[in-house]
Design a protein around this ligand. Sequence first.
Ligand SMILES: C[S@@+](CC[C@H](N)C(=O)[O-])C[C@H]1O[C@@H](n2cnc3c(N)ncnc32)[C@H](O)[C@@H]1O
Length: 256
Amino acid sequence: MSGRLFKDWISQQTIRGETSSHTRDEWTDVKKAVEQALPFYESISEIISLGLAGPLRRRAIRRLETRRNDWVLDSGTGPGVSSRMLLDDGFEKVIGLDPSLILLGSTKNRLSDGFYPVRGVAENLPFRNGSMAGAITCFSLRDVRDREASVAEFARVVREGGRLEIVDVGKPDSPFFQRLISLYIVLVMPIVAKFFIRGRARGNPFRMIVPTFHRLSTNQNLTLLAEREFGSSRLHEFLLGGLVIVEATQTSFSRP
Ligand SMILES: C[S@@+](CC[C@H](N)C(=O)[O-])C[C@H]1O[C@@H](n2cnc3c(N)ncnc32)[C@H](O)[C@@H]1O
């Protein structure tokens, strides 16, 4: 891997900023829940997203396609679903970033040579300014402890003209739709997930989506945050705003 990719000095301070949304314990629980869900993560995610998780990841990946032979960051790669789709689509150099060594190890074993696992957190990316042609983060931005610091870090590492694609559960701005989505996430989704897990895990790891949903910022606020850091951003809402793609384009890259 090119030596110019990584920062010369990697801070030991993994979380910065004061806008943390989870406590460290809550964050550790979220990470453990994904580890626990590993064997059935993709199939259940597909069911609880009403069949949209896969198509939305693919749609976001298509928007990065001009960058196929350059470094692309998949932040929160976890079980590796989005990284696998990037490789299947012809991307040659996919950096899969995740704090979980368990998830990174399992994903590295299953994916081909173009996958480069890196342990780290989005809030403090161990990469040089402008070293990435693009970045994607699927169903992971809601899990970070500091959303603002993470988006600022994505903007630091994505070079001019590059894009960040955020695919995630959304929180609609309209109070009525927000209530509807909240009812689905809090009441319906855990029952559906539990039913399809069919006793393969103790408890229900997908319950962790509930507290992370409560802490989400609204779809418009996330889009404004991306615009502030990147210079330009667009919001695409699906299922009444319960799922989103926020696409940010780097138009304000100035740091050497
Ligand atoms: C629900 S999984 C998403 C997996 C995958 N990207 C997908 O397409 O489904 C969320 C992942 O985000 C990771 N994560 C949690 N906190 C993070 C952080 N601060 N920075 C980067 N990744 C984080 C978790 O370890 C987990 O693997």
